[in-house]
Design a protein around this ligand. Structure first.
Ligand SMILES: O=c1[nH]cnc2c1ncn2[C@H]1C[C@H](O)[C@@H](CO)O1
Ligand SMILES: [Zn+2]
Length: 360
């Protein structure tokens, strides 16, 4: 069924696996927190500041896109700042109809004003707890787990992996590495990934965004990633020569056969140059070939987006309807890092009944 709109999609339950806490602040909150800590911003008016982030991130380069985070990370250096940002994140996602989210951030980036790693994690978790409680009271329940990210150019991945495992029963559901990809291959952090595997813990790796197949291959075959952050460049291993059917190379076939989830982020990919436009985004091909595709926001502030907006763009570009949106949502829920039985409850008791009504 084509023609579904933003106002329809906002009401449908959605699942978000790839969203950065420091990429989703409300512009008005940045302005207030920046005034409190004396951080200078490129614009003072929230509307202009929001537009500045989108324009500055729209550079065609991941490195330049990442520079914009200086202004969000700067206001997330105190318990108050982290707590507020996490709480508002929960409220914003719930208002957008997200029922389950995994939110990531790099604790090592929030130590500039003297917080310890544990204090950072505690502040974020407290903010999420409050935000989720408030959202439930407002009639939009949401569950949130966190992923702790290590920065790939730095050397703290083992420490952050241990931090994640220590908090595994109190809100952290996985681990990730992020930051500039070219020049910083996943195997740089092999010790951390091997440690996590010995601990039976879950992790995703940003791979195949600004760098191609070798990054994806290392993430899966050397590091043992459960999921791929982006992974969009897997299309480099798929040969398309219509009218012949597409031919998958060995790595693409492995990713599809093993049902390795791809955390695709369409708008973010257009901004960093990983895709030319939404209409030309490889998500269509990957969907048609039945890869384990999920749709994500990456950074709602830098892309001026939301889960509803990402899905609306896909519905408009590819004529996708409720069947496709349900497929994406169930793919994401199946790929979450919470226990299997808990995923099933959300699929069977929240997602499927809602889409059954929408499908009519
Ligand atoms: O899409 C991304 N690719 C690589 N790194 C990213 C992306 N989005 C955000 N980051 C970085 C910047 C943040 O400060 C950090 C932790 O959330 O992760
Ligand atoms: Zn990301």
């Amino acid at each position: 069924m084509a023609g579904i709109t933003h106002s329809d999609i906002v009401k449908a339950p959605k699942v978000l696996l790839h969203d950065h806490l420091d990429g989703g602040l409300r512009p008005a909150t940045i302005v207030e927190l920046a005034a409190a800590v004396g951080h200078e911003l490129p614009a003072q008016d929230p509307e202009r500041l929001g537009a500045w982030f989108v324009a500055a991130a729209d550079s065609g380069s991941l490195e330049r896109y990442l520079e914009t985070f200086a202004h969000t990370v700067a206001v997330m250096q105190t318990v108050e700042g982290l707590h507020r940002v996490a709480k508002e994140c929960a409220l914003d996602l719930a208002a957008d109809g997200v029922v389950y989210a995994e939110i990531r951030y790099a604790p090592e980036q929030h130590l500039e004003r003297g917080l310890t790693l544990d204090e950072v994690v505690d502040a974020v978790h407290a903010g999420f707890r409050e935000g989720c409680a408030e959202a439930a009271a407002l009639g939009s329940p949401i569950r949130i787990g966190t992923l702790l990210t290590a920065m790939r150019h730095a050397a703290r991945s083992q420490e952050i992996a241990e931090l994640a495992v220590r908090y595994r029963d109190t809100g952290v559901v996985g681990f990730d590495i992020a930051g500039a990809e070219a020049g910083f291959p996943p195997t740089r952090h092999l010790d951390a990934f091997e440690y996590l595997q010995r601990e039976n813990f879950h992790f995703t790796i940003h791979a195949g965004e600004a760098f191609g197949l070798p990054s994806i291959w290392e993430a899966i075959q050397w590091c043992g990633a459960d999921r791929l952050g982006h992974g969009v460049r897997i299309v480099d291993d798929i040969t398309t020569a219509a009218p012949e059917p597409p031919v998958l190379g060995r790595l693409a076939a492995y990713v599809r056969d093993k049902r390795i989830p791809l955390e695709l982020c369409p708008s973010s990919n257009v901004q960093t140059g990983a895709a030319a436009s939404i209409a030309e985004h490889p998500i269509k091909l990957l969907h048609d070939l039945r890869f384990r595709v999920t749709v994500n926001t990456d950074n709602r502030l830098m892309s001026g987006t939301s889960m509803t907006r990402e899905m609306t763009l896909l519905a408009e570009s590819f004529g996708w309807g409720w069947a496709e949106l349900q497929w994406l949502t169930i793919n994401a829920m199946k790929s979450a890092f919470i226990p299997y039985d808990e995923r099933l409850v959300l699929i069977n008791e929240v997602i499927k009944p809602a889409y059954a009504k929408l499908l009519g």
